[in-house]
Design a protein around this ligand. Sequence first.
Ligand code: UT7
Length: 329
Amino acid sequence: MNKTTAAITGVHGVLADYVLTNEELSKMVDTTDEWIMTRIGIKERRILKDPNRATSDIGADAVKGLLEKTNTKPEEIDLLICATVTPDMQFPATANIISDKVGIKNAFSYDLNAGCSGFIYALTTASKFVETGNYKKVVVVGAEKMSSIVDYTDRSTCPIFGDGAAAVLLEPNTDGYGVLDTILQSDGVGRIHLHQKAGGSLKPASHESVDAREHYIYQEGQPVFKWAVSKMADVSVEIMQRNNMTANDIAWLVPHQANLRIIEAVAKRMKLDPAKVMVNIQNFGNTTSATIPLCLWQWEDQLKKGDNLILSAFGAGFTWGSIYLKWAY
Ligand code: UT7
């Protein structure tokens, strides 16, 4: 019998209801549709407007939809990992809350924060549990309410982010499908360029921190951009080469959706035909941990059993990595 791998056997996504367009943003801050389209490639993003709906709500909707679609009972799930940078609260983990909301009772669950690389970190981690043979059904959900930490008076960050969630089911496979190789890396030196200044143990929330708007995303766009292009491209090319693949062997690149120019630069380094690159940034913006599973969900109908996919991401930390997976259905 072949080695046991972790195969994705279902995917489901959920989008926030409100469509925030560039036109509306340009009434809130000094920006234009033309600037945002040229520099980032985003036309609109989805926002959870209802103040009572949090990351766990949109995450639970994604997991519920996934379980229904795959005819899986909540009690069959052994493990749920939630990748997020916008947990409902500091503790408990949003994964615990999602599990409760969908009726997952027999699983352990935890959050994983790796910035925009959260989904590929969580998918890699989850696949290791499945490979042991002890975990038969594992859910990985990327869920974000980015609008809760976006400063809508800061024109350099507010056009970028959106809210959304998507989940995949992982099951053991012995026919050579699923997660076949992963490269994950990080370098904390990059934290100075992308972080949330207050709200943690370094700087607990205070009147001063609120007044100074330190609970929002702080980003220095240019260094993040440069690192993202170089690191995402490096690991995407490396994973191709060490699995003896050329661009012809790859059916799809599934890149994190942070900036269209980053995606294009990565595809170019891989010598990939742009038609093989999943891009939905124009409609959803950067949903952090949810971008990659949302792409898989949106493209699910076009994916064929045996397709070689490269997933690639870069994010706060800095964190980055790539995954080679063979689509299983
Ligand atoms: O997913 C997590 C990882 N994050 C990323 O991957 C983000 C990576 N970085 C980026 O995508 C880009 O750096 C940004 C989209 C954030 C910014 O684009 P940029 O081409 O690097 O612009 P910039 O920051 O160098 O700013 C250029 C100019 C500045 O004006 P001056 O100083 O040249 O007069 C900015 O003030 O553009 C100005 N600017 C804007 N103008 C109109 C910044 N934001 C805006 C805006 N509308 N929204």
